[in-house]
Every structure is written in structure tokens, then in C-alpha cells.
Ligand binder design. Sequence first.
Ligand SMILES: [Zn+2]
Length: 174
Amino acid sequence: MIRLGVLIILLGCLLPLPLRAGELATYTTRYYTFVTDLPADKARIVADRMDLICDTYRQYFPGAVTTKPLAMYVFTRHADYSSFMKKTTGAPMQEWNPAVFFEKDNWMVTAACMEGLNGLTPLFSSLQHEGLHQFVQAAYGNSMPIWTNEGLAQIFEHTLIGRDRVIPGAAPIS
Ligand SMILES: [Zn+2]
């Protein structure tokens, strides 16, 4: 199911990009405006990963055109993530939800918090899940049934990346 708060549709003032110059770096990737306080080496890993995942979204939806820009925010500290969510959405932060997708002023925004996710692997799973919602919303608006949207997000949440293959829906190795 779509967790409460995962999909927040909001209208209002302009999206602050970046939120606080000097603390957050903004990277322009092939698909995303990526704003983060992660160290540059980790930011590059996240950016490359999500560009590869977005290539795969596009393979799953041939011909899909994302008519709205895609933004991705990743914060190290929960306090900064929480502050960003409050300032950007005006909604109370849901402390239990370390990654969200929401729409704001024509921007499709995925935001996540490292402190809530404890490592790159859970971060990738969350970004891949929310990123699917983000991509679908940017390409199709609200036309996709919720159950289809959520099912696809869960498939992409569990994605294995091999040497030359990206495999969505792969069971985690344990
Ligand atoms: Zn979802």
C-alpha cells in the first residue's frame, strides 16, 4: 500500500532550491536536480545509482516523457530533513518515515534522511521506491491506479545491480 505521507500533493510557494546555500550542494545529474549535504564521493555514488535506476524506469515505460522536473534531496541528519519537510510542505514531519515523495510547484520531489535509514543500501531501496512514484507522477500524473503504482514501487525497491544488468524485483540475498 502507499504509506500515509508517502504521496503528498501540495501547492504553494516556490520550491527552495537549494534550501540553504553553503550547507547543501546541488548536483545536476542526467535526470535529477540532486541537493544533498553528503560528502562529494557519496553524493556521486547516489547520483550515479539513481540515474541508472531512472534509465530502468524509462525501459519499463517506453515512450514515457517526464514533463515535470525531478528533484532529489538527501540529508545526513534527521533534524535537517525534518526542517526541510516542515519548510517545504508546511506539514508536520512524520518522524517514522525517512523517505517521501511529494509534488510541489511543478517539481517532483523525493527526499530522504540517512540518519533514519542507516546506510546506503536502505537509502537506495527507499529512493528507488519513492523515485518510481516520482517518475510515474511526472510522466502520467494521477492516471495510474494506486495499486499498480505501489506494486511497481515495491518491485523497484528490491533491485539488484549486476555487472551489466539491472534486475528490478529481485529477492534480497540472505
Ligand atoms: Zn509507495
